[in-house]
Design a protein. Structure first.
Ligand code: UD1
Length: 415
């Protein structure tokens, strides 16, 4: 099994090209189910999760063929079942449910179940589709859904913000009969990107970028060519790499607005960030200060940046409190960071981080995608050698992480 070895202590300097966003690419690939025509997606990163989505679509009858950085999707739906073996690898597989129902009137999708960062139910996805006229039953670990005729438009008020449920229902609503209103919808940039692609495919959507999406269903969608937006979490992660090593990195293609509250927290911590037409320039010349953060839906501080920011706070001056409000079990990086000399205590949904002058290299274990990359950041700053085990988590969401960091002077290799 691959491991990553890092010799820490080098200030990073250089430029990193930010890849297309994983969390945008996943629902955008599902749009391939919504039309008989060809859908072309540009700026698609090479990531394990996207390969899993391609595998899922292939067994529904939709081929996803890479042509350089472009993914060409096309085919006809031949099978409406998303099997356990694929869904268990990646929870985002649930996103095919609404699209299959809208296109072929039925779907059988394995229940995703829990995952390392929490129980993560899909009740909002199912309730919304029921409101749109689907009949849903659960049996043998599968969601069985069907609808007589077309899905109908409905007014759906989410009790709390869910990125996945917003995406699933948005896609389904585009082909429903009549108007759908999604209220308290998620506003993540990836959702606006999905809406843009759907509009290019002929969908009628208003309120893009707000928490109230109004969709007039149409009878069919056509092909389109859509460029995927840059990955704001990858950009935020490499901003932390510049900050934790006291270096300076240009994040090519990154956009400040996509980072939401993460930018403010980095600035408060003493990191300098400026936007140019090429992307973001991130540097740290002076010391880091402890800053409190609380994860929230966009534009609040992203839960997908929590572990990386905590690694940064581990070497900041003073204390910081990191509160996780989105997932109930997202502090698995804490014991690993503590093995490297960090002083972090978890109390319920909050972690108190008492900054230390330096971290020390150690053998550590990756537990999920963002936890893994927080250990890479810690390793870059630590004295001595860090070995990170189970790096397959990293490959789910970071393209060429060692190459990108090594190009900025990091001593990092895969072994
Ligand atoms: C997406 C992102 C993930 C990110 C998360 C929050 C993708 C592929 N993944 O995940 O990287 O961390 O948004 O920004 O885009 N919930 C329910 N019932 C539901 C749906 C969600 O209780 O039906 C809960 C979840 O357990 C979680 C919270 O709502 O506690 C938010 O989850 P959600 O926004 O749906 O996250 P995902 O779409 O799974």
């Amino acid at each position: 099994m691959d491991r990553i070895k890092i010799k820490g202590g080098r200030a990073l300097a250089g430029a990193i090209q930010i890849s297309g966003a994983k969390n945008a690419a996943l629902p955008l690939m599902v749009c391939g189910l919504l039309t008989d025509e060809r859908l072309m997606l540009d700026n698609v990163a090479k990531l394990a999760d996207l390969a899993t989505m391609a595998e899922l679509l292939a067994q529904h009858g939709i081929a996803a063929e890479p042509v350089g950085r472009t993914l060409s999707l096309g085919g006809a739906i031949t099978n409406a079942e998303a099997p356990y073996d694929i869904v268990r690898k990646m929870r985002a597989s649930i996103l095919v449910l609404g699209a299959l129902l809208a296109r072929v009137g039925e779907a059988r999708v394995s229940l995703p179940g829990g995952c390392a960062i929490g129980t993560r139910p899909v009740d909002l996805h199912l309730k919304g589709l029921e409101q749109m006229g689907a009949q849903i039953s659960l049996d043998a670990g599968y969601i069985n859904a069907k609808v007589n005729g077309r899905l109908r438009g409905a007014e759906i008020m989410f009790p709390f913000v869910s990125v996945g449920a917003t995406e699933n229902l948005l896609m389904a609503a585009c082909l429903a009969d009549g108007q759908t209103i999604l209220a308290n919808a998620a506003r993540e940039p990836e959702i606006a990107d999905l809406a843009k692609c759907l509009i290019a495919m002929g969908a009628q959507i208003e309120g893009v970028g707000t928490d109230r999406l109004i969709i007039e269903g149409v009878s069919a969608l056509h092909g389109a060519h859509h460029p995927i937006l840059p990955d704001r979490i990858e950009a935020g992660t490499y901003a932390c790499a510049a900050a934790i090593t006291g270096g300076e990195i240009v994040l090519r293609g990154a956009r400040m607005a996509d980072l939401g509250a993460v930018t403010r927290s980095l600035l408060e911590a003493g990191v300098e960030i400026s936007e140019t037409d090429k992307g973001l320039q991130v540097k740290r010349l002076n010391g880091l200060h402890g800053v409190d953060v609380m994860t929230e839906p966009y534009p609040g501080f992203a839960t997908d940046m929590q572990a990386q920011f905590m690694a940064l706070m581990a070497v900041a001056e003073g204390a910081s409190m990191v509160t996780e409000t989105i997932f109930e079990n997202r502090f698995m990086h804490v014991p690993e960071l503590n093995r490297m000399g960090a002083r972090i205590n978890v109390h319920g949904a909050s972690a108190i981080v008492r900054g230390v002058p330096f971290l020390s290299g150690a053998q550590v274990m990756a537990t999920d995608l963002r936890a893994s990359v927080s250990l890479v950041l810690a390793g870059l700053a630590a004295r001595g050698e860090t070995i990170i085990n189970r790096v397959y988590h990293l490959d789910r969401g970071y393209e060429a992480v060692e190459e990108k960091l090594a190009a900025c002077g990091a001593d990092i290799e895969r072994i």
